[in-house]
Design a protein around this ligand. Sequence first.
Ligand SMILES: *[C@@H]1O[C@H](CO)[C@@H](O)[C@H](O)[C@H]1NC(C)=O
Ligand SMILES: *[C@@H]1O[C@H](CO)[C@@H](O)[C@H](O)[C@H]1NC(C)=O
Ligand SMILES: *[C@@H]1O[C@H](CO)[C@@H](O)[C@H](O)[C@H]1NC(C)=O
Length: 180
Amino acid sequence: MSMCTNQSLVQLIVILCLITEFTCKFEFTNIKCNCVDEAYCALDECYLKSINRTYKYLSIKVHLLKPPITNVKVRMAMFKRYNGYKPFLYNITFDGCKVLKNRKYNPVANYFLGFFEARSNMNHSCPYDHDIIVDKLPANVVDYHATAILPFPEGNYLVESNWYVDDIERAAFKIYGTLS
Ligand SMILES: *[C@@H]1O[C@H](CO)[C@@H](O)[C@H](O)[C@H]1NC(C)=O
Ligand SMILES: *[C@@H]1O[C@H](CO)[C@@H](O)[C@H](O)[C@H]1NC(C)=O
Ligand SMILES: *[C@@H]1O[C@H](CO)[C@@H](O)[C@H](O)[C@H]1NC(C)=O
């Protein structure tokens, strides 16, 4: 999908949201982490936790067995559930180090980084010589980003990301959520 088509789709969704006044509320529904290359990384944490009705969060901790990371390519695709999960709106591949170095390099990647960077130790430029942590990312932070900053229609979503270092896939994450 070209950037141009993406832009008009985004505009359409924004307009739809304004017209129909979506009352969007985000919840995490599932998370799946996978150290594809077990010689490269290990998962110390990967879970969702529900403290009470309003406080739910996601935590991920990836232990790196061969630091430092000096290059990383990320493939990120979004899906929406209709009859099974179907590709929805975004399917991008980008240089993870560049996104962190230059916020204007890839606006879509930067938008997705915005979901978790405040709760992550990943928000500095490469290299990474430490474990990668997303610590207690609350659903309401995602809610704010997914509804106030760029509104999405209600439904069940999946964001899948695959992480490549030296062009070899090392880790993959699937985060499921629902907007109602
Ligand atoms: C939910 O838990 C958080 C953290 O312990 C607390 O600050 C908040 O007041 C709780 N909310 C409700 C509605 O109990
Ligand atoms: C995303 O794009 C890549 C490259 O064009 C393609 O191989 C892949 O199947 C696409 N994935 C989805 C979910 O659309
Ligand atoms: C990076 O994370 C730190 C600590 O979590 C936070 O204080 C800072 O604002 C973040 N930087 C950006 C650019 O979001």
